[in-house]
Each structure stands twice: as C-alpha cells, then as structure tokens.
Design a protein around this ligand. Structure first.
Ligand SMILES: Cc1cc2nc3c(=O)[nH]c(=O)nc-3n(C[C@H](O)[C@H](O)[C@H](O)COP(=O)(O)OP(=O)(O)OC[C@H]3O[C@@H](n4cnc5c(N)ncnc54)[C@H](O)[C@@H]3O)c2cc1C
Length: 409
C-alpha cells in the first residue's frame, strides 16, 4: 500500500480540549500549517459525550454542556485556521518528529517541526483492575456508559453498582439515572473522598473501605461480590456495574516514541513550557495529569503556543533539567521538570495529588538541602481532587541542580 508523506509546521495528536486549545492559539498567533489528527469521527474529546453542565466553568453545574463545549472548541480551532482531520489514528513514530497515521484514505507519514501530544486519559477498565469472576455483559467505565447512553442510545439495565468515589462517579450516577437505571450502591476501597454534600448527590449508599472481589453472572451480570473493611463478604445484586475514576494517561503513543514518562503521573515528564524530554515534542492536558477539568486542559494547550513558536524560531531545546518529585502521601506533581527559561505553569501553580485526606497540609519544597518554599494550605486536600502548589519559588530552583522534592511537613 502506498503511503502519503508530507511536512507540516505543528502536528497535534488528539482533538480534545487540550489539542484544540493548542491548535487554536498556534493558528491564531500566525503559525501557518497547524494540523490536528483525531481518531474519533468527530472532534471535541471526552466532552462530546458528557451531557451534563459544568464545562468552561469552575462551578460544578456552571458553564455549558460537554457537547456544546466540544462544538465551541472545535469551531474556535477551525476559525483560527487549524486543519482538523477526524477518523485518523496516529499509530507510531518513523522519526523523532515523524508520525505514522492511518485513516479511511490509507497510510500517511507526517513530519512536523513540532509535535503536540494531547491524547488525554482514560478510566482503568475492569480487566486492568484485575477483578476476577465471570466476563458478563453490563460492565462499563463512565466513558463507555456515556457513549452507550448519549451517542449510541443503547439500553443499559435496571440496577447498578458504581465502583469509585471520585467526582466522575457523579457523572456516572447522573447518566445511569438518565437511562432509567437505579443506583443501588457505591463502593470504594478508600475512606470517603468527596465532600458529604457532593456525595449525597449520588442518592445511593457509599460503602467505604470495601473491595470488589469478583463479578458474577453469565451472560449478564447478576451481582458484584465485595469484601468490607471488617472482613465480611457479601454480594450486591445488580445487572450493571460502572468502574469510575482510577485514571491512566493515554500514554501508549508517547511510549512508542521513547518519550520518557514521569514515574508519578505516568504521563510524559515535562517542564512549565510543556516541553517533554524529546526535542520538539510538547504535551498538554490529561495525558500529563489524569485528570483535571476541561478548562485546565484547554488552558495548557493555549499556554504551550508561545514555547512552540519559540522552538520553531530557534530550534532550541533545554538539556538536563532537574526533576520534581513528591514524597508520600503525595502521589504526583505536574509539571515535573524545572526549566531554564523562567516559564511558569498555567495559573502559576503546580498540580498535585494526595493518596490520603490531609487537613491544612504544610507543603515544603527542597533542593540540594535548601528550602525553597514552606507554606500551610488553608484548604483540606482529598484523594482524587486537585491540590495546588504556588510556583513562586520556581525561580529559586537550579534547573541544573539536584532533584526538587515536595513533601508534606
Ligand atoms: C465522565 C466525565 C465527566 C467530566 N465532567 C467534566 C465537567 O463537568 N467539567 C469539566 O471541566 N471537565 C469534566 N471532565 C473532564 C474533561 O472531560 C477532561 O478534562 C478533558 O476532556 C481533557 O481534555 P484532553 O484534551 O486532555 O483529553 P481528551 O478530552 O480525552 O481528548 C483526547 C483526544 O485524543 C484522541 N486520541 C488519543 N489517542 C489518539 C491517537 N493515537 N490518534 C488520534 N487521536 C487520538 C482521543 O480520541 C480524544 O479525542 C469529565 C470527564 C469525564 C470522563
């Protein structure tokens, strides 16, 4: 089969909020050939199938619906002059900035002066959570459930168990209710993570410190076996189970390109200019931190336009940047490399996650024995929720020094 070969200025992989934000800003700022490749049939990313409000606003039910947000982001990128191509999957790398793609028109090989990876994140499915038992129908992640209900208009079931206590579980509960399914229980192996007021929105009991031990039923799910914190076991009768949260960056393409990953986030290691370790390869959105709101992903996409333009003009790429790491109970930090150019992360703050609830945590940043920052946060921190560290200390870090360590004092 013949393969078409072309060159563009910037190739963006993924037309979600991050990729579209990057494409819109790059094209609007005068970069000529900005091309976005999206494997789905339409652009917009995850918001396309999130029919609730809450997009483009920090308030839980403010802003627009997901599909409307997706339409606006897509239109903005196209209006700015970016080329959006859907139904095309980027499958691998033929060189440091040369990507192979497959679509209805056949195989393509596209070389870019800069590549932006914006492939997002996904919820870990049942198979990856290693849940034993039968392989019945009626098992979803939130994303699969939303696509089944809102895009394919499929019949779901009658009684559901939701696994996980992250905010995305609220979207799962809403989608189930919209599909006429009763939520009979929510299960988490952790202590409660959501504030009680938000959790009540689910309208179903939350079983904390409870582990899913098996799925039962064939060909259809008949129950979810669980083990409670005190060792008791029981089976929750249901015909539907939704595995929510437990996000993993969609990092396969980055890995195939040998773009080094951060051990905490498992997305590409990157600095405040969204530069990875691979020269000319930038990254943005939930690929870097699974997961944040759509507005954060879009803002990162827009923010990388200036560093991309700088790279297009000079070809420069920093070498040997100091890494940022966290100590338990913190799980990860993004960005996770220092940079030599004085760039600041979006919103002038780092995003972190904690593995357990913290009341007014004291955050301490050290490098080579020197304390760069120490401040107590006024808000509590919860697992699965963003925790922010101001970036004011970044200018005092030595990009060529030792690892910068963030801990809870
Ligand atoms: C159920 C649910 C509810 C949510 N509710 C809200 C909310 O109320 N408010 C809010 O602000 N945020 C919400 N979010 C979060 C929001 O959707 C994400 O923050 C946002 O979509 C992240 O954008 P992104 O561009 O990083 O990734 P994505 O939106 O995941 O986009 C990545 C895109 O890359 C494409 N892609 C991946 N690999 C390839 C490849 N190899 N080739 C071509 N294309 C590829 C994918 O198909 C996808 O379209 C919700 C998320 C979920 C799952």
């Amino acid at each position: 089969m013949t393969r078409r070969e072309r060159t563009v200025d910037v190739l963006v992989v993924g037309a979600g909020p991050a990729g579209l934000g990057a494409a819109a800003e790059l094209a609007a700022s005068g970069v000529r050939r900005v091309e976005v490749l999206e494997r789905e049939q339409s652009a917009g990313g995850i918001p396309r199938h999130c029919h609730h409000a809450g997009f483009g606003s920090s308030r839980p039910n403010g802003g627009t619906s997901g599909p409307e947000y997706a339409r606006r982001s897509t239109a903005a990128a196209a209006r700015a002059g970016a080329t959006l191509r859907t139904g095309i999957t980027v499958t691998g790398w033929a060189g440091p900035r040369t990507l192979d793609a497959t679509g209805p028109g056949g195989l393509e090989r596209i070389t870019a002066h800069a590549v932006v990876l914006a492939t997002g994140a996904r919820e870990r499915p049942r198979s990856a959570r290693l849940v034993p038992g039968t392989r019945p129908a009626g098992v979803y992640t939130t994303g699969e459930l939303q696509q089944a209900v809102h895009i394919h208009h499929q019949h779901i079931g009658t009684r559901a168990v939701i696994v996980g206590d992250e905010p995305v579980g609220i979207a799962a509960a809403d989608t189930l209710r919209a599909a006429g399914v009763e939520v009979v229980a929510r299960v988490t192996d952790r202590p409660a993570a959501l504030p009680a007021a938000l959790g009540r929105h689910h309208g179903a009991p939350l079983l904390t410190r409870t582990t899913v031990t098996a799925l039962a039923g064939s060909p259809r799910l008949t129950g979810v076996a669980v083990r409670h914190g005190d060792g008791r076991t029981t089976t929750l009768p249901c015909d539907t189970v939704v595995f929510t949260g437990d996000w993993i960056p969609d990092h396969e393409l980055a890995r195939r390109g040998d773009v080094p990953l951060d051990p905490g986030t498992r997305g590409p290691a990157h600095d405040a200019a969204y530069r990875t370790h691979a020269p000319g390869v930038f990254a943005a959105g939930n690929l870097l931190h699974a997961v944040e709101r759509a507005g954060t992903a879009a803002a990162e996409g827009r923010a990388l336009a200036a560093p991309v333009r700088r790279h297009l003009a000079t070809g420069a790429w920093p070498a040997g940047r100091a890494a940022l790491t966290v100590a338990a109970p913190l799980e990860w930090i993004a960005p996770n490399l220092t940079g030599p150019d004085g760039d600041r992360p979006t919103g002038n703050r780092f995003i972190l996650r904690t593995g357990r609830p913290l009341t007014a945590p004291l955050l301490v940043v050290r490098q080579d024995g020197l304390e760069l920052y120490r401040r107590r946060l006024l808000r509590p921190a919860r697992p699965g929720r963003p925790l922010h560290l101001p970036a004011d200390w970044l200018d005092r870090a030595d990009p060529h020094g030792g690892t910068v360590r963030v801990s809870v004092g």
